[in-house]
Design a binder for this molecule. Structure first.
Ligand code: ZN
Length: 107
């Protein structure tokens, strides 16, 4: 983990001593807890771990057709170890959370 890149606002110019949050350059006190920053960090982590999985998440959330979205969701479930999905039915809103970040925030 890297050190937070922010500087204290006490006039000393001292750099923050806290650890930067995962996938970010700043700690929680310096913007790392902001929902948009957590979402961006989750997206960067996904893309760095597995670019193909990141693309699947994108399609699952933003695919042009329902068939595209369901196919991507099925693939994600299979990759997550839930076995081959025979049938997926979804009503209402789908919520997928990774490292405490709701992937709907990545839209
Ligand atoms: Zn900091």
């Amino acid at each position: 983990m890297a050190q937070c890149t922010a500087h204290l606002r006490n006039g000393s110019g001292t750099r923050c001593k806290k650890q930067a949050m995962k996938g970010q350059t700043v700690c929680g006190s310096h913007g790392g807890q902001a929902p948009q920053n957590k979402a961006a960090a989750a997206r960067r982590l996904l893309e760095s771990i597995d670019p193909a999985a990141a693309e699947l998440v994108r399609i699952a959330l933003k695919g042009k057709t329902e068939r595209d979205r369901l196919t991507a969701i099925k693939e994600l479930f299979e990759r997550a170890g839930f076995g081959e999905a025979k049938r997926i039915q979804a009503e209402g809103e789908l919520t997928i959370t990774i490292n405490g970040v709701d992937l709907n925030d990545l839209r």
